[in-house]
Design a protein around this ligand. Sequence first.
Ligand SMILES: Nc1nc2c(c(=O)[nH]1)N(C=O)[C@@H](CNc1ccc(C(=O)N[C@@H](CCC(=O)O)C(=O)O)cc1)CN2
Ligand SMILES: Nc1ncnc2c1ncn2[C@@H]1O[C@H](COP(=O)(O)OP(=O)(O)OP(=O)(O)O)[C@@H](O)[C@H]1O
Length: 187
Amino acid sequence: MDKALLRKKYKNLRAALSTNDIDEMSLEIANTALTLDIWDYTNYHIFLTIEDKAEVDTNYLLHILQGRDKTIGVSKSNFEDSSLEHFLLQENTKFKISKYGIPEPLDGIKLDPNIFDVVFVPVLAYDRKGNRIGYGKGFYDRFLAQCNPTCKFIGVSFFEPEDEIQSGIYDIPLSMVITPKKIYKPS
Ligand SMILES: Nc1nc2c(c(=O)[nH]1)N(C=O)[C@@H](CNc1ccc(C(=O)N[C@@H](CCC(=O)O)C(=O)O)cc1)CN2
Ligand SMILES: Nc1ncnc2c1ncn2[C@@H]1O[C@H](COP(=O)(O)OP(=O)(O)OP(=O)(O)O)[C@@H](O)[C@H]1O
């Protein structure tokens, strides 16, 4: 299946989920994540959920990080050049929902992408090798390319992997994908 069809398939699969399904599975994903050895690092990046796109609700993961006093980065998207600018999440950080439905920090202390030890990555579709498809603007391909080579890229998804996703020259594979019941790690 080509990328455009896969995007359509997963947008439809997500749209069919109830808010209750999303909430339960997002909590399961966070609980599954707790079983991994990814919590001893210092600097984490998390995406903030676009609610009308039925994404994984990252609030549960965020609470785990906040409970452990991690340095947490959140981003503002620049749709002119498909880049992300990262800010330290602080108690007094104010958010605005952008016209694309993304909650974004208004301002704050800027963070360099190379400080992150772990980045949680939004995915529409993925395969067992860690190839992923997003909304097709390359925001995360660009961002992950700026990260430290040792950084862990962790996808989160409600769904099982596709058999194979054709990887493009800019695609950076995920280290693993967490789903409600299982963790997929490229071997
Ligand atoms: N929560 C979250 N934040 C994220 C991402 C994500 O997937 N999830 N992104 C991951 O990369 C980037 C944002 N990527 C996006 C790309 C397209 C659209 C969007 O609304 N597209 C419209 C078409 C709009 C247009 O083409 O102008 C659509 O799909 O209907 C939204 C976010 C950065 N932040
Ligand atoms: N590091 C990069 N430098 C320059 N262009 C890039 C880079 N990464 C991706 N692109 C370009 O961005 C576009 C979108 O890439 P792709 O289809 O892989 O997006 P995606 O991974 O589905 O989306 P996203 O990363 O936003 O979730 C492509 O035209 C690709 O060539």
